[in-house]
Design a binder for this molecule. Sequence first.
Ligand code: ZN
Length: 90
Amino acid sequence: MYPIRFFLRSYFSEITMNANESRIDKALKIAANASDYKVCEGCDSIVSIGSVLCPNCHSFRFDESRTRVISQAMLLGSREQNSVTASDLM
Ligand SMILES: [Zn+2]
């Protein structure tokens, strides 16, 4: 039998990998369906087009332009990628 620590470690490393993957995946999905989203003017987070208030900062001002949504999605995706690269180097 494998020690429980082995299971825990592989379990958590899998979660971390999936989290990073899903962040980039999500950014690509948002960019592909940019008209379904808008960018919060208060905190730059991407919210669904149906949202009335930003869930992060409760702002009600949004930029609904497609180019803004796409550039913001790419920024968030690449930011995540950069942080992964940086932590790999440490
Ligand atoms: Zn916000």
